[in-house]
Design a protein around this ligand. Sequence first.
Ligand code: FNR
Length: 383
Amino acid sequence: MTTITHIGDLQALAKKRVPRMFYDYVDSGSWTETTYRENESDLQAIRFRQRVAVDIAKRSTATTMIDVPVSMPVALAPTGLTGMQHADGEILAARAAERFGVPFTLSTMSICSIEDVAAQTAAPFWFQLYMMKDRDFIRSLINRAKAANCGALMLTLDLPVGGQRHKDIRNGLSAPPKPTLANLLNLATKPGWCKGMLGTRRYGFGNIVGHVKGVEDVSTLSAWTMAQFDPSLNWRDVEWVKKEWGGKLILKGILDAEDAQRGVDCGADSVVVSNHGGRQLDGASSTISALPAVVDAIGSRAEVWMDGGVRSGQDVLKALALGARGTMIGRAFLYGLGAMGEAGVTRCLEIIHKELDVSMALCGRTDVQSIDRETLLSHTLPA
Ligand code: FNR
């Protein structure tokens, strides 16, 4: 039995268990992977201000994210093809999040559909939307999210065109994956893990296949989907989405303070400082270094969250100290899912929760509201 003490242990186990091309799909960034790496290394460079002799006997990590009570300020980020890490991955992750009291976000590009996840969970999850050229399809997705009682819509703005990940090209990642010898051998050596995923349905994008005329089967799916990402996406579309949806709107993929201001003008309730986990603009700033300017610009008008590189409770604490009201995790929970299914996502959340609680205590903080820039050593902050 492998001992799991931190997210790195989950990552190592996922690397062993998940077929190579699906593991690589997660553990990669675009082009030189500079931004991917700096999301983590810039967080690690920040130092805490340790405080002692503060009564920290009573502590809580509970707070709210857009008025949703959460046991800690950590939501599961939307990730496409999550069901490739583990069969029914979206449902398992949503269940683990629900039991832990944190929000789960379902990606447009998920394998399990909105309806699949809604049928298997009780708590309202959030739905992430990519703007596609077919606006009727977007409208139908929004209506399906409403029918499933989704608590918020998260519109991702940083993928009007796709960044390139070299590993995915080399591995022949597509839906369905290219039947190369390496892929077949790799899948064959991990058959138990892939059980249930080899059926056609489990490779499709569940929110798309069968929901668009002419896209009734998986083989036409990739081509249709890839051609649908809309490079004309602009602020008028954001206003249109807000109107169509009518509920809480989260804008994800903002690094620039001016963009954040425009987003709030369009009706965003929350802005996620994000660079898509270093998978889009390679050479963009790390999210922790972009965070303070966005907080200064819009922090009094909307909630600011941050994702990218969060692998521990210490990372969460650093983001909160720099003004984030919440954080999201992508790879951390995907590694848990790939390593141990639902139990692995739960383990990931337990690890981060414990690290956050203990680190808050050692910084002399007893609740999330009291975390501020004074929690950090100023000379170690990103420029
Ligand atoms: C993503 N991300 C993402 N974002 C989004 O809005 N829609 C999506 O479908 C996806 N898909 C996706 C797949 C995979 C495998 C990864 C790793 C990421 C980005 C994601 O929501 C989040 O911004 C990052 O994952 C945060 O960085 P960390 O926590 O993974 O470092």
